[in-house]
Write a protein that binds this ligand. Structure first.
Ligand code: ATP
Length: 398
């Protein structure tokens, strides 16, 4: 039996039922709208996945060079030194970015230009880290007063006051070599210097030069100096220079030949370099003992500065630098500096961060001495690590 059979107009049951139905309709309408929105979202997701799938299925493209733009739709391209082709340009490519010499990806079947590739001059492609003007300043360096003074004299003074050197008639040093154990502030000093003289900082890692781009090391060194000149004033920082400039041995393996070619290019670049120009080279190594003497000859890296493990005062200053913005409560930095002999600047920075983490975990807004003690334990572990660091330091750097 239906509801209508049971109730009449004006009946309260009937009115209630109408209200009930209206509410139900509104609920169902809302449900429909939600389902429609869901459907739309899923359709969008589906089409995105389909596109992704078709992209994954695409065969590999050829890499080529654009030689000439004929009109908006066609260009002459070449891959390697093969024949030249007149091909179409895919509609999604921004025309104004295409220039003769651009590196492009070419469709395998039609040779159409389907993508504009980053130029080889792009520093990120070359593996260089380029910072227009690093944010680090001399205030961020703890200790190392003597080292910083020497570095500033060798690099900052000739950049800021070249006339002093001209008047006296001497050439400023061409390259400075910073040596010492890892994590003691070599990179930090070079960055702060670049900040002070308002220079571009280009960092390149020696081991990457010879390993990441096999057969390209020498070319990369050339490009590094090109880029440095373009962006001058520039501080070129060559980290792990021992990977490129280790003493030359018999050229038995291809790997060694590669290293030597890279080194020869580096020496050639340095020799052809104006010491009074505004590109300065700072190199860093943890292994000064294995460097090729050719690198250390006058006119090359002829200023050597040791950056050792920090002593008590150094550690205290490094701790002060890194806790500058922290909310400390009853923390005795002198005591902490006293118990961290053998720790590097990087170790001390890690201790400060770790102490902060202990405070956060305890839901506190301030850091206590106890947090630091736990952090020292965590970062340096047993005293063995420190003893090891000190022993290595003594053997390596005397
Ligand atoms: P590597 O030989 O491994 O390249 P490095 O000597 O270049 O090491 P940096 O990269 O300069 O070491 O230091 C690593 C980090 O340790 C720095 O970013 C900084 O936070 C901290 N640090 C090291 N030395 C000091 C210092 N003297 N004062 C303040 N912080 C320091």
């Amino acid at each position: 039996m239906s509801f209508e059979d049971d109730v009449k107009v004006g009946d309260t049951n009937y009115d209630d039922y109408v209200i009930f139905l209206k509410r139900r309709i509104r609920q169902l309408e809302l449900q429909v709208r939600t389902l429609e929105a869901d459907k739309e979202r899923l359709e969008r997701e589906l089409s995105r996945l389909r596109m992704e799938m078709s992209r994954m299925k695409q065969p590999p493209a050829f890499a080529g060079t654009l030689l000439e733009l004929l009109d908006d739709e066609r260009a002459i391209v070449q891959n390697f030194n093969g024949p030249r082709f007149v091909v179409r340009i895919a509609p999604w490519i921004e025309r104004d970015k295409l220039k003769p010499g651009s590196r492009v990806a070419l469709d395998q079947r039609t040779m159409a230009v389907i993508e504009l590739l980053p130029s080889q001059k792009d520093p990120s492609v070359l593996g260089f880290e380029v910072i227009e003007r690093p944010k680090v300043t001399y205030r961020d360096i703890g200790g190392l007063r003597h080292q910083l003074k020497e570095l500033r004299e060798a690099v900052e003074l000739p950049l800021k006051h070249p006339e002093l050197f001209e008047r006296v008639g001497i050439d400023p040093p061409k390259g400075v070599l910073l040596y010492g154990p890892p994590g003691c502030g070599k990179t930090l000093m070079a960055k702060a210097l670049a900040n002070e003289v308002n220079a571009t900082f280009i960092r390149v890692v020696g081991s990457e030069l010879v390993r990441k781009y096999i057969g390209e090391g020498a070319r990369l060194v050339g490009e590094l100096f090109e880029l440095a000149k373009e962006k001058a004033p520039t501080i070129v920082f060559i980290d792990e220079i021992d990977a490129v400039g280790a003493k030359r041995m018999d050229e038995t393996t291809g790997g060694e030949r590669e290293v030597n070619r890279t080194l020869m290019q580096l020496l050639a670049e340095m020799d052809g370099f104006d010491p009074r120009g505004n590109v300065k080279i700072i190199a860093a190594t943890n292994r000064p003992d294995i460097l090729d003497p050719a690198l250390l000859r006058p006119g090359r890296f002829d200023r050597l500065i040791e950056v050792p493990l920090p002593d008590f005062e150094g550690r205290l200053e490094i701790l002060k630098v890194h806790t500058r913005k922290m909310n400390l409560r009853d923390v005795d930095l002198r005591a902490l500096a006293g118990m961290t002999e053998g720790a590097s600047g990087a170790d001390l920075k890690a201790i400060v961060t770790e102490a902060g983490m202990f405070a956060i975990r305890a839901r506190r807004e301030y850091v206590t001495h106890e947090d630091f003690l736990k952090a020292i334990d965590k970062v340096l572990g047993s005293e063995q690590k420190l003893a090891q660091q000190i022993a290595i330091h003594e053997v390596m750097y005397g």
